[in-house]
Design a binder for this molecule. Structure first.
Ligand code: ADP
Length: 493
């Protein structure tokens, strides 16, 4: 306000008490010393007691003091007269007998040349209830925070602890002590390396600077010397662009971390063992093939050069040797294929399953023509997979569907997408499979119809390994009479 404006305002002609009474938002009484008669009052005083202001001057304030609060009131006046300015808080009764809780401040003053009491009264009837309610609410939230299964703490912008829950520090006394303290105090108290506090402070600062949630895993040693892992998560809370609080959560993930370490160790051992096994099997199949080649070529020579010199029995025996070595060779070849199936991320590519079926069909063209096999397909999707293995998978299943026929083979191939997998069905009208054999046919060298059908017993084991390589499963449904349906699932990646 300018100096000119101030000069032009005319002050109200009034004494100080009138001004205080008019402007106060509380009830103000001027009381005679002995009788406590109301000499003067303001509007709020009239409103408080429920009377007209003019009518108040006929009453003493004592008429409105609740009998239960009388003693408090007199001792309040006494201390006022002795110059001690304590507050009176007690009950008053309004003109319509309503009990109110009030807080009063009283002073002895000189008014119109006489000693009087000026008493300022504030109604606080609802306050104690509200405070109680508030206290109860705080207790309720504290209980929740203390009972929750995770560690929780609130930090001031100076990174001092304002609240810590029980799961963070179980010891009540130590928890209380930590309030107002920093992580460095914590390390000192617990005799820990201050590196822990340094890392925490660095993270608090990062959260404050980035205004973003941050999480990290903290490795700690308990007072019993046990190593534990805590997943820490910090949430900054800003008020008007200023860091107000930081909330910190801690979840004990020791079991998980230890489990994961254990799992990695087991995986490493397994992969080493698997590698050694693969190498062993590879060497065995290779080394076995060498003498086999010798037997085959010498048997062939024997057959070629000495057929006319050998009698019937000898020729039969020779024949047994030739078929035996051929079978041995087939078995070793299949076994080598089985062993060499392994995952190769570089070999994964998107391919059409329809094309995979077409390739399998062209590889088996002669067999299909010879048997008049009819192969039909629904629309099949394109998926990411090991192309060569998927071709082999279809080839093995179609080959079996034709081999284990009881009439002209009819094969139908369909697919559906379900739960993140592509599920393919290869259905035939062949001899079917009894329930009790449904699992074992997928194991190496497990054959059911050894006499009637040729085979190595590895085909389905290869299928299973290929499917597992694609995180899927293979299974069969058959009533044992009217054919079989082979299903396999491939994870969609
Ligand atoms: P192989 O065909 O060389 O005998 P596989 O591992 O491919 O070996 O099959 C294992 C066994 O499962 C077969 O011996 C046969 O008894 C049975 N089998 C496989 N496919 C079919 C099918 N489509 N219908 C009936 N039986 C089948």
């Amino acid at each position: 306000m300018s100096g000119h404006a101030i000069n032009s305002v005319k002050p109200t002609i009034s004494n100080e008490i009138d001004v205080i009474m008019d402007c106060s938002s509380d009830a103000v009484f001027v009381l005679a010393l002995e009788s406590f008669k109301i000499l003067k009052s303001n509007n709020n005083a009239a409103l408080l007691l429920g009377l007209f202001r003019e009518a108040l001057s006929e009453h003493s304030i004592l008429e409105f003091i609740d009998s239960k609060s009388n003693t408090d009131w007199y001792s309040h006046i006494d201390s006022t007269l002795q110059g001690q300015f304590d507050n009176f808080s007690g009950r008053i009764k309004t003109s319509d007998s309503k009990a109110l809780i009030v807080e009063a401040k009283t002073r002895l003053i000189l008014w119109k040349n006489q000693k009087v009491l000026i008493c300022i009264v504030k109604e606080i009837t609802g306050f104690p209830n509200q405070i109680n309610k508030f206290k109860k609410e705080i207790a309720f939230y504290k209980t929740i925070l203390n009972e929750m299964p995770t560690q929780f703490a609130v930090l001031s912008p100076e990174w001092r602890y304002m609240f810590i829950n029980k799961p963070s520090i179980g010891d009540d006394e130590f928890r209380e002590w930590m309030i107002g303290k920093s992580d460095y105090d914590f390390c000192e108290y617990r005799n820990k390396d201050t590196e822990l506090a340094r890392i925490r402070q660095e993270n608090y600062q990062a959260v404050a600077d980035s205004k973003k949630v941050k999480e990290w895993i903290e490795e700690m040693t308990t007072k019993d010397g046990e190593t534990i892992y805590i997943l820490r998560k910090l949430y900054p809370y800003f008020l008007k662009d200023k860091l107000h609080l930081t909330f910190g959560f801690g979840i004990n993930i020791t079991e998980l971390v230890k489990g994961e370490k254990e799992r990695k160790k087991i995986m490493e051992i397994m992969s080493q063992k698997n590698e050694a096994l693969q190498q062993f099997a590879y060497i065995v199949t290779h080394d076995l093939k060498e003498p086999l080649r010798g037997i085959t070529s010498f048997s062939n020579l024997l057959e070629k050069r000495y057929t006319d010199k050998l009698d019937g029995d000898a020729l039969d025996f020779l024949n047994f040797i030739v078929t035996g070595t051929k079978r041995m060779n087939d078995l070793l070849n299949e076994l080598t294929s089985y062993i060499s199936i392994k995952s190769n991320a570089d070999a994964i590519e998107t391919m059409s399953l329809e094309k995979a079926v077409a390739i399998a069909e062209s590889n088996m063209q002669i067999l299909i023509e010879e048997t008049n096999a009819e192969i039909t397909i629904d629309s099949l999707p394109d998926i990411k997979c090991h192309r060569v293995y998927i071709n082999q998978l279809f080839q093995n299943l179609i080959n079996n569907a034709i081999k284990f026929r009881k009439e002209t083979p009819k094969i139908h191939i369909s697919a559906k997408m379900e739960g993140g997998f592509c599920i393919v069905e290869v259905k035939d009208n062949g001899i079917g499979i009894q329930d009790e054999h449904k699992d074992r046919i997928f194991q190496v060298y497990n054959r059911l119809n050894k006499i009637d059908y040729e085979g190595t017993g590895i085909g389905l084991a290869i299928c299973k390994k290929i499917v597992q390589l694609h995180s899927g499963k293979i299974w069969i449904e058959s009533d044992g009479k009217t054919g079989s349906s082979f299903f396999f699932s491939l994870k969609i990646i």
